[in-house]
Design a protein around this ligand. Structure first.
Ligand SMILES: [Cu+2]
Length: 295
């Protein structure tokens, strides 16, 4: 026997609940609504052709789930209303061991997972697809605790000269990219695993130590939108992991050509490790630790 409220009290409680729900919906700010309209993806994203595939996969997954949710909620409300207990003495029909129904609700979710899996693999293949002649090759080094960006001068010669930017945990670096070009990122690390993440790309990739040359993790994007965005490390990589940030600026191709003349040049890419210049963040953290130890 459950709690038996008088009918009037139950109606009042239901009315109050509906009222509160509508009030909560009304309290959504303009920002909440804008966020909902892009299905909670970051503002101004995606900024690459590849990112659009992810945005679409994400959107249609939500649509499929909401349709499924609508059907399930509808059925729950319908049967709990239609087959509710109507009298004190008689309980409604109790259905169990209904084989066709059990087969249906086992197969239906498996079919859904198969469809999601198919589309996920399809999008993943598109994201990892690479052309042989990208317009730019950026050799990205993640090291404790900042980034080095090597702008390879000749995309066909990754061991040749580069223009480069080296960040530290104190001075976060800016990665500048040209708009409307295919850019390849080759990722490497001299110490531990880092994660190269630009939220506006809607994808990220791990940066592994021990991978050299062509075995490095890599991916390509085709930039579609100018603007300033942010990037960060997304693998917990040590004490100053949270400071491993960078800025991303996507500029016109002319501005990009000008930009390259303003940054230093080297005969070979700076890949960290023996290139002590890329370890500036480490020295800073050690100084901090020794100061802390004296106190
Ligand atoms: Cu890191």
């Amino acid at each position: 026997m459950g709690l038996q409220l008088p009918k009037r009290a139950r109606q009042l409680a239901l009315g109050a609940m509906l009222g509160i729900s509508f009030l909560m919906l009304g309290a959504c700010s303009a920002e909440d609504k804008a966020q909902a309209s892009r299905w909670a993806m970051p503002a101004d994203s995606p900024i690459t052709e590849q990112g659009q595939y992810i945005a679409d996969l994400w959107k249609w997954a939500w649509v499929a789930l909401l349709v499924t949710g609508g059907i399930v909620w509808g059925l729950i409300f319908y049967v709990s209303w239609r087959y509710r207990r109507r009298s004190e003495d008689e309980i409604p029909v109790q259905t169990r061991y209904n084989l066709p129904l059990e087969i249906f609700y086992t197969i239906a979710p498996i079919m859904m997972v198969v469809v999601f899996f198919f589309h996920t693999v399809e999008v993943q293949n598109k994201l990892l697809d690479e052309v042989d002649n990208p317009d730019q090759v950026i050799q990205v080094v993640g090291q404790q605790w900042s980034w080095t960006f090597n702008h390879t001068d000749d995309p066909q010669d990754v061991d040749g000269s580069v223009h480069y930017v080296v960040g530290t945990a104190r001075d976060i670096p800016t990665l500048v990219l040209p708009v409307d070009q295919t850019i390849e990122f080759k990722l490497s690390s001299p110490d531990v695993i880092h994660g190269f993440w630009v939220p506006a790309f809607l994808m990220k990739m791990d940066v592994f130590p021990g991978q050299k040359g062509e075995e490095r993790n890599s991916f390509q994007v085709h930039t579609t939108k100018e603007g300033t965005f942010m990037g960060k490390c997304t693998e917990l990589c040590g004490v100053s992991h949270s400071r491993m940030l960078f800025n991303l600026k996507v500029v016109s191709q002319a501005e990009y050509a000008d930009y390259l003349t303003t940054i230093p040049q080297a005969e070979h890419p700076l890949l960290g490790g023996s290139d002590a210049v890329t370890q500036a963040g480490l020295a800073e953290a050690e100084e901090h630790e020794s100061n802390g130890g004296d106190e």
